[in-house]
Write a protein that binds this ligand. Structure first.
Ligand code: HEC
Length: 148
């Protein structure tokens, strides 16, 4: 079970990198409109509150019903979780989850539901809640990062 899952993850990571390279090439080709209108501080950090408590509560229910058969939440909490995601975007996590989980139905949740599950994972890892929901569009998720 472990090997195919790891291989899948590796393939997915490679795919993400190829996509990122393509996007870079595309944005370079389309000029600098984006870079001039998007200041560096439009990137938000999970440490500053990027999801709502309501959203995390929805995510907890989803996790129990959809992920809980195969996973305990402790698998995704603690220092190892923070280390694994430090410096990465929330998009990376969203994309990985959507592509691979639930194992028996990858992509089976709505985008809002994946965002809610991630909000729940943030809450159990003591990232603070705020009064905005974690977004679920790729472009917005790319601008949210985990604390390095
Ligand atoms: C049918 C069983 C099953 C279900 C349902 C399931 N998973 Fe998984 N999940 C697995 C298996 C098996 C792995 C591979 C474990 C590994 O590679 O260490 C995995 C891996 C993962 C990983 C990667 C762990 C790592 O070490 O990088 C994450 C994150 C994850 N699952 C989250 C979820 C979430 C969130 C849900 C619910 C939306 C979910 N899973 C539903 C079986 C399942």
């Amino acid at each position: 079970m472990l090997r195919p899952a790891l291989a899948l993850r590796a393939a997915r990571t490679l795919c993400t990198h190829v996509t990122a390279a393509l996007l870079l090439a595309l944005s370079a080709a389309s000029g600098s409109a984006q870079s001039s209108s998007a200041p560096a501080d439009s990137v938000r950090n999970a440490a500053n509150g990027v999801y709502s408590g309501d959203q995390a509560a929805k995510g907890e229910t989803l996790f129990a019903g959809t992920c809980g058969n195969c996973h305990g939440i402790t698998e995704f909490s603690g220092p190892a979780f923070r280390r694994a995601w430090a410096g990465r975007t929330v998009y990376d996590m969203f994309d990985q989850l959507r592509a691979t989980m639930p194992l028996d139905n990858p992509g089976g949740l709505s985008r809002e539901q994946y965002a809610a599950v991630i909000a729940y994972l943030m809450s159990v890892n003591r990232y603070p809640a705020a009064d905005v929901d974690l977004p679920s569009a790729d472009a917005d998720l790319r601008r949210v990062r985990f604390d390095p």
